[in-house]
Design a protein around this ligand. Sequence first.
Ligand SMILES: Nc1ncnc2c1ncn2[C@@H]1O[C@H](COP(=O)(O)OS(=O)(=O)O)[C@@H](OP(=O)(O)O)[C@H]1O
Ligand SMILES: Nc1ncnc2c1ncn2[C@@H]1O[C@H](COP(=O)(O)OP(=O)(O)O)[C@@H](O)[C@H]1O
Length: 207
Amino acid sequence: MSTVGNPANIFWHENPVRKADREKLLNQQGCVVWITGLSGSGKSTLACSLGRELQSRGKLSYVLDGDNLRHGLNKNLGFSPESRTENIRRTGEVANLFADAGLICIASLISPYRKDRDACRTLLPDKKFIEVFMNMPLQLCEDRDPKGLYKLAREGKIKGFTGIDDPYEPPLNCEIELQLKDGVVPTPHEMAGQVVSYMENEGFLEA
Ligand SMILES: Nc1ncnc2c1ncn2[C@@H]1O[C@H](COP(=O)(O)OS(=O)(=O)O)[C@@H](OP(=O)(O)O)[C@H]1O
Ligand SMILES: Nc1ncnc2c1ncn2[C@@H]1O[C@H](COP(=O)(O)OP(=O)(O)O)[C@@H](O)[C@H]1O
């Protein structure tokens, strides 16, 4: 039995309420803030801080966190290159739906492959895909090791761990790069502030 429908028999239904109508209601632009970086680089922390900051400004956002999605939508996926690609494809599609709903969707996943992130970007034209690179040194992430996974990876107990024995391809042209300042990690609040400033300047926080 084929599980793929014949595209010739599948039709698109237009909805009379448009994205622009929803954006007007919310007084914001639906978009995706895509946070990429190594495990332990601070993606989830930034996602939470940004979500709080937007909430306090009366802006509606929703966080899609890689770890959390792997408990449900993506629970049948592992960490092979093919699984990671499918993980990012699904998440990109869901993020695109949230953006179409008018929300600021904050996606926080390692998303190690450039081509997978770029594929998500192409779903969202008009600069509605804001790629944020957590450019933190591997040593910092490994020293943090909040879940003990780097230790297990170094001991060979986890195979294919990003940054240890699996690749991470940094963005070439991201909208925002967050890094150490004079060797010091900016606070989550400072990082969220940098993203909010970008969004404000680009007009995302009004309809
Ligand atoms: N092999 C391997 N490599 C990397 N990460 C691993 C691995 N196995 C488990 N984990 C845990 O899974 C979290 C990453 O999930 P993601 O969905 O963001 O990964 S990916 O985008 O598909 O690469 C990641 O969470 P974060 O630390 O929040 O990034 C890890 O806790
Ligand atoms: N800006 C920051 N300053 C200090 N500690 C941070 C910062 N961002 C994250 N951390 C800490 O680093 C660890 C990893 O952060 P987390 O957000 O879970 O990373 P990721 O989601 O990329 O795996 C956590 O213990 C978190 O409290």
